[in-house]
Design a protein around this ligand. Structure first.
Ligand SMILES: Nc1ncnc2c1ncn2[C@@H]1O[C@H](COP(=O)(O)OP(=O)(O)OP(=O)(O)O)[C@@H](O)[C@H]1O
Ligand SMILES: [Mg+2]
Length: 261
């Protein structure tokens, strides 16, 4: 079996007196599609933001693609990572958020080319060629010169996915990317993610309340509660036969709220 591309080892995350992640450990294999589910406030967004180096950690270690994320080697030991190390590591990971965060004053094409040109020094022509391929992949090549305000929510979210992919990350993180969308726009975004899953070998971690999608998409489901992984397993095991009472209660509530499982 391949070595894990992500190793999360005993991560603690505190905000002041509040412990949000309480000794969280998990591993993700290269190419694995993982869905993180669980109640509001259980720490799902926090762990994705930590992987994206948007947070600090209060304890523990994370290894991504063979290197420490928040630490770096020095004199035979590990010291906290400096900005340069974090910057290098960040290029391995892309993230798409619930709210699209596109640059409002830049056209779709510029939104996708900006990061490769600024952070990787990619030439404009090269960045634009790649951006057009990605926009084509998400079905928006014809919108390249539009401004974000001229797009629907689903289209904006597809641009956000193309933008994250432009840096060629090995790992993609998706945090409730369809939650802010009108129901009729959800499917077009899920379709892009299905396509990514089937056409690339990218490692994908997804936080979602779309249990039907999680079931079809994920190789493995992790159920979070109060900063811990309470239960994990294959989608059929978790959705059809949850062992833990907390998982059962959560799924009952989700189904009662009208979500398909
Ligand atoms: N910047 C912050 N300062 C203080 N507390 C925070 C901060 N960010 C998150 N928290 C707290 O951390 C806990 C976990 O939050 P997180 O956003 O990870 O939950 P979640 O599982 O993503 O929930 P949801 O399903 O509602 O998105 C919550 O109790 C939240 O209030
Ligand atoms: Mg969240």
């Amino acid at each position: 079996m391949a070595a894990p591309i992500i190793r999360i080892d005993n991560i603690v995350k505190r905000y002041g007196p509040l412990t949000v992640l309480d000794g969280l450990s998990m591993e993700v294999l290269p190419g694995e599609k993982l869905a993180l589910i669980g109640p509001s406030g259980s720490g799902k967004t926090t762990i994705l933001r930590i992987l994206m180096t948007l947070e600090t950690i209060s304890g523990g270690h994370i290894e991504v693609d063979g290197d420490q994320l928040y630490h770096m080697p020095k004199n035979g030991g590990l010291v906290p990572a400096d900005d340069r190390h974090l910057h290098t590591m960040r290029e391995k990971i892309g993230m798409v958020f619930q709210h699209f965060n596109l640059f409002p004053h830049k056209c779709v094409l510029d939104n996708v080319t900006l990061a490769p040109m600024l952070t990787k020094g990619v030439a404009k022509a090269t960045a634009e060629k790649r951006a057009m391929e990605l926009l084509d992949m998400v079905g928006l090549a014809d919108k390249a010169r539009n401004m974000p305000a001229q797009l629907s929510g689903g289209q904006k979210q597809r641009v956000a996915i193309a933008r994250a992919l432009a840096l060629s990350p090995k790992i993609m993180l998706f945090d409730e990317v369809t939650s802010a969308l009108d129901p009729e726009l959800v499917e077009e975004v899920l379709n892009v993610m299905r396509k990514l899953a089937s056409e690339t070998d990218m490692t994908m971690l997804l936080v979602t309340h779309e249990m039907g999608f999680a079931h079809d998409f994920a190789d493995r489901i992790l159920f979070f509660d109060r900063g811990k992984i309470v239960e994990e397993g294959k989608p059929d095991e978790i959705f059809r036969n949850p062992r833990q009472e907390r998982t059962q209660t959560f799924l009952r509530k989700i189904i009662a709220a009208g979500h398909r499982v």
